[in-house]
Design a protein around this ligand. Structure first.
Ligand SMILES: NC(=O)c1ccc[n+]([C@@H]2O[C@H](COP(=O)([O-])OP(=O)(O)OC[C@H]3O[C@@H](n4cnc5c(N)ncnc54)[C@H](OP(=O)(O)O)[C@@H]3O)[C@@H](O)[C@H]2O)c1
Length: 202
């Protein structure tokens, strides 16, 4: 598949690298330096290149959204028309210092995203795992017992695409149901972040 990475930081940089290693064609976009995008692309050769968000989205079979919640509107604007596109989003609706969810209980970041890009096909995935585990999971993908990873969405075809990508990274995809299930996945991720912060402080 052709995959556009919108946000090439801890999550997007690693996911894009692993998608390229799994044989997909990846365009890294949206970082504060073009040098970083080019470095990521070079390191993920031969299946990757650097580009603008619009270039990453244009021919993509799937777009990976991996920016801080505060950057979502900006990167979507730069990406242009995403009608019909599969958007696999790990972006959680966190406040500016990442201490709490700004959308929760009655909605989720994924549902808010679906309202922003009405004709895109949104799947929430990868938001429940820390970026630090991704390379390890990929390295262990041939083991019989894979760690599971939940995903949710309302479009069956988009969910198939996301499940394939989840499998390619080395997880066992677990369909958690419709997009509104992202409310609970986001809450779990928020909770995990607080628990690990408390553990670090202890
Ligand atoms: N990190 C995790 O373990 C984790 C786990 C689950 C979910 N999430 C969620 O995933 C999303 C991405 O997290 P992350 O940790 O990957 O964030 P990150 O490392 O900060 O990556 C965000 C990307 O956006 C780019 N960016 C930020 N401001 C920009 C601007 N003004 N212009 C152009 N590019 C800009 C950053 O550029 P630079 O590369 O130059 O910094 C970076 O490439 C967030 O919503 C987070 O809540 C993260």
């Amino acid at each position: 598949m052709r995959i556009g990475i919108l946000g090439s930081g801890l999550m997007g940089g690693k996911l894009g690298t692993l998608f390229a290693r799994a044989g997909h064609h990846v365009v890294f976009s949206y970082a504060r330096s073009e040098r970083k995008l080019k470095r990521l692309a070079r390191e993920a050769q031969p299946n990757a290149r650097a580009g603008t968000p619009a270039e990453a989205a244009r021919d993509a079979d799937a777009v990976s959204l991996a920016v801080h919640w505060s950057r979502v509107d900006d990167v979507l604007k730069q990406a242009g028309n995403l009608s019909g596109k599969v958007i696999v989003s790990c972006s959680l609706p966190m406040n500016s210092d990442d201490t709490g969810l700004v959308v929760a209980h009655t909605s989720s970041g994924a549902e808010a995203l679906a309202k922003k890009v009405r004709r895109a096909r949104i799947v929430a995935a990868f938001g429940t795992v820390p970026s630090e585990v991704l390379f390890g999971v990929y390295g262990a993908r041939r083991k019989t017992r894979r760690p599971s990873l939940v995903y949710c969405g309302d479009d069956p075809g988009a969910k198939d695409v996301a499940a394939r990508l989840i499998r390619d990274v080395g997880f066992d995809p677990v369909d958690a149901g419709p997009l509104r299930m992202a409310r609970y996945a986001g809450k779990t991720a928020d909770w995990m972040e607080q628990v690990s912060d408390e553990q670090y402080r202890a």
